[in-house]
Design a protein around this ligand. Sequence first.
Ligand code: ADP
Ligand code: MG
Length: 354
Amino acid sequence: MEIRLENITKIFVQKDKSEVIAVDTLNITIPTGKLIGLLGPSGCGKSTTLYMIAGLLKPNGGRIFFGDEDVTDTAPEDRGIGLVFQNYALYPHMTVRQNIMFPLENIKVPKPEAMIRAQEMADLVGIGELMDRKPKELSGGQQQRVAIARALVKKPRVLLLDEPLSNLDARLRLQTREEIKRIQRETGITTIFVTHDQEEAMSISDEIVLMDFGVRRQMGDPQDVYDKPENLFAAKFLGTPPINIFDGEIKNNNIVLAGKNIGKSKGSDQKVVIGIRPEGFIVNEKGSFELDVDMVETIGRDTSLIINDPTRENNTFRAIIETKHRIKPGDVLKVNIKKDKLFIFDVDLGNLIN
Ligand code: ADP
Ligand code: MG
């Protein structure tokens, strides 16, 4: 089922009477059956957005639609949503089976049927053998699977996950995120996955919605957002190591960095912010740009170079090159800059300039 947010705004009044605009006229259309990653820094309004979709918070303005149905004033229990939080929120005194069955008891599903449905959900999330255990006898990853089974047992129209992997250690986080992707594929349920972790969002999502200060900054296929950031925020938020940022200018349709022409632009003459992805430097003996190598880190698949920044004193940036180039600290490396890894943004708003 498609979810549509139309001009959704949420304002919180703080204790000192000051107002925080947590979500600011947000417009998002979430396609049926997709997994959408709601991504942005801490405090940007992700959870607030999710809880408005769930009905736990009421927007100050705007409408929320599930398909053609306006659910803005619909109570949470009547929306058909399944919700999973970071901290599992399982009942500690109940077994796994009782935890998963609990939402069905509330809506008076007969016990034999509830038992069958709970077992189906447990099997789906891969904890079918653990039904008689208590939560404390499970690993964090297993507990989160119980929480997901419990959210799915009522066959919700929408699955909402708020940083569901944050409490897990690195390995479990990777494993559980693959599991969530599989469960979402198998059930085909429209899912919104909130995270501040760009790698997590990019790897799991069909589309990401990138938010900052309650505003949508870009939405799209994760790779497209990485390849074609519409603004400096999007360019900086995606990618590890992050994009390198320099002060530069457009002069006579040339992009000028540290006195050198590094590319062409149709923009008018102005100061600009230049972004170059670390993988955008191509080693070439005839390269037109020189990198002054400060440090070298070889990390398996590729080599990460720390380069002295010609535009700022005591500053460095990163270049990622193939390991076959044997580079030493102190080398001066000739490179070309890949056109599709180079972006320029206007200084005031940070919007992409072509
Ligand atoms: P995120 O989930 O992206 O970290 P939140 O949606 O939790 O961000 O919060 C967005 C903003 O709204 C933050 O500035 C936060 O401090 C504020 N906020 C969230 N909930 C409340 C609340 N109940 N009362 C006052 N301010 C809140
Ligand atoms: Mg949050």
